[in-house]
Design a protein. Structure first.
Length: 274
């Protein structure tokens, strides 16, 4: 009997119109966790995916020893690819926790049965497959207009943080793209584009690149051309960077004060001298 061909992979755009959630969709998905069998654990899963911008594998391999409730911080091993904790490519971040995250963690600690931060009903590490299922089912309960997955919460969390960094700069999407293309591509610029670039204050340009470095360090993403997608994604979550809530309940703790690597890369330090 001849072997049948595997089904063709359906492009993302045909499965869903976007790869992120709006803030009210994030809220609805978290609220839907209250109807699940493990409401505290599952709510915290969604909250950490958004607030700490975790990848599923980073979230599922968290242990209680990674948590320091006395200092309200979480050790996150970024770029995790395998089960080993000893990988040279890992980026280790000490990330602050918000009051909401701490509250849910304290509630989950009461239910603690294993060394794993997120355990299954069989007291084993929660698998990435189970995580995807939990998020997908919660999206259905919340009646979201698209099929959700964990990476959408991570992406929305990074877009939100990027928006908080970019809004004070007063840059438009076009200006951000111009700054990126000016430094990172070999594009030829028209006289009008050159005029637009030199009209941007060099201090503002420096803050733009520091914002990119901050998102890069926080997320553990190593390639700048990937980080810029998340930075500019702020304009998809908040068109024109308008209507960003000032008192959002999942606002990151001391985001503007957190420092990972607050120096410009060597290739961009010439900006200061312009």
């Amino acid at each position: 009997m001849p072997k049948s061909l595997p089904p063709l992979k359906v492009p993302f755009l045909e499965r869903r119109e976007r790869e992120f959630l709006s803030l009210h969709e994030v809220d609805a998905l978290i609220a839907a966790m209250n109807s699940t069998r493990s409401p505290i654990r599952n709510s915290l899963l969604a909250i950490l995916l958004f607030c700490q911008a975790l990848q599923p594998i980073e979230l599922c391999w968290l242990r209680w020893c990674d948590l320091d409730l006395s200092n309200n911080t979480l050790i996150v091993l970024r770029n995790r690819q395998k089960i080993s904790r000893c990988q040279p490519q890992l980026v280790v971040n000490l990330q602050p926790l918000s009051a909401i995250e701490i509250d849910f963690l304290q509630q989950l600690e009461v239910e603690r049965t294993t060394d794993w931060l997120f355990a299954s009903e069989r007291k084993q590490r929660l698998s990435e497959r189970s995580l995807h299922h939990i998020i997908q089912q919660a999206a259905k309960v919340a009646d979201l207009p698209l099929m959700a997955h964990p990476y959408m919460l991570r992406r929305s969390g990074l877009y939100y943080r990027a928006a908080l960094l970019l809004q004070p700069l007063g840059l438009s999407l076009g200006q951000c793209c111009l700054l990126w293309n000016w430094q990172q591509t070999n594009s030829t610029f028209s006289a009008h584009e050159q005029q637009q670039y030199y009209a941007i204050k060099r201090k503002t340009e420096e803050k733009f690149w520091l914002a990119l470095e901050k998102i890069k360090a926080f997320s553990g993403i190593t390639a700048d051309f990937n980080v810029i997608d998340y930075l500019l994604g702020a304009f998809m979550l908040f068109p024109g960077l308008a209507k960003i809530p000032s008192n959002y309940w999942l606002a990151p703790a001391k985001w503007h004060q957190v420092t990972f690597k607050q120096t410009l890369p060597k290739r961009l330090r010439a900006i200061k001298s312009k």
